[in-house]
Design a protein around this ligand. Structure first.
Ligand SMILES: NC(=O)c1ccc[n+]([C@@H]2O[C@H](COP(=O)([O-])OP(=O)(O)OC[C@H]3O[C@@H](n4cnc5c(N)ncnc54)[C@H](O)[C@@H]3O)[C@@H](O)[C@H]2O)c1
Length: 287
């Protein structure tokens, strides 16, 4: 692999691009990066939100520019890369963070909602890689790319299949990316980021499709779980940035939860076990 950036101190003056930077984890990473002296290229489809984040970071003395980018549109992501290189001359870190949630039974989710979540969560990451990797390869300098999967990327659960499928896909994409860059001996480090619960808009903004009583209850529980047990986004951002800067492949603001979920997945696959409802879902199924 490429040369590792060993500590946050080295990030001073480096350029970071973050998608979905107008809220939650993306904003948290932006604030942590600004505190480390990085220059910020902040992209989000929500124009007002990303403008406000960039303005507040500039007020605090950071060099931050907001871009109104929808990651599902390859042309907009290409334009983001072109503008970032034109304005800053280099990109040292790319965080493919934009993502959405979706709740419902597999067969009840409308095709357009399936397509939307795959377009944002999976192809949005691909669009980021298509725009930035060739430029990073051409620059030939050490760089880092981190893609937001989730602890859900190594988990199984009912009612969130579309999201979990997308996050398993992002993890697979990230593993393959690391290998493809390794065959090219590119000095680009790759990280898979697997957060547990972090305070954000994700469940408040998510769609919940279907009539079954479990769907509404699950949506309310997820919103409450993030509200009551979510790690503050800035703290999550600091931990994520530190993990990426340390050159780790597996990065999480909840390292024990990630390790537990990965171990459970490993044992599930090794034992060729049957899928299991967790206790809460098993109870809900009995009610
Ligand atoms: N919050 C959590 O508990 C949690 C846990 C695990 C993984 N994640 C992942 O972290 C990432 C960030 O999630 P969050 O919780 O901060 O969510 P959030 O909803 O608070 O923020 C996501 C941001 O992405 C933006 N976005 C959505 N669609 C977009 C698009 N098409 N183009 C550009 N921007 C778009 C939104 O406008 C929003 O500002 C997601 O990939 C999510 O799956 C979150």
């Amino acid at each position: 692999m490429g040369e590792k950036m060993t500590d946050l101190g080295n990030l001073q003056g480096q350029v970071i691009v973050i998608t979905g930077a107008g809220a939650g984890i993306g904003e948290g990473i932006a604030r942590a990066a600004a505190a480390s002296g990085m220059k910020l290229v902040l992209a989000d489809k929500a124009a007002e939100r990303v403008d406000a984040v960039a303005a507040s970071l500039r007020e605090a003395g950071a060099d931050a520019t907001a871009f109104h980018t929808d990651v599902t549109d390859p042309a907009q992501v290409e334009e983001l890369a072109s503008q970032a290189y034109a304005q800053y001359g280099q990109v040292d870190m790319l965080i493919n963070n934009a993502g959405i949630e979706l709740i419902g039974l597999i067969w009840e989710l409308p095709p357009e909602q399936w397509r939307r979540i795959m377009d944002i969560n999976v192809l949005g990451v691909v669009n980021g890689l298509r725009a930035f990797v060739p430029r990073m390869l051409e620059a030939g300098k050490p760089a880092a790319i981190a893609n937001l999967s989730s602890v859900g990327g190594v988990s199984q659960a009912p009612l969130q299949a579309a999201y979990l499928v997308s996050k398993h896909a992002v993890l697979s994409l990230t593993e393959c990316l690391a290998l493809e860059l390794r065959i090219l001996k590119a000095p680009i480090h790759v990280s898979a980021v697997l957060p547990g619960p972090v305070e954000s808009r994700i469940f408040a903004d998510s769609a919940a499709a279907g009539e079954h009583k479990l769907i509404k209850a699950h949506h309310e529980e997820m919103k409450a779980m993030i509200r009551d047990h979510g790690l503050p986004a800035q703290q999550a951002g600091e931990r994520i940035l530190a993990g990426i800067a340390a050159g780790d492949f597996w990065v999480s603001p909840h390292p024990e939860m990630m390790a537990g979920a990965a171990a459970a997945r490993g044992s599930f696959l090794q034992g060729l076990k049957d899928p299991q409802l967790n206790e809460r879902m098993a109870q809900a199924a009995l009610d």
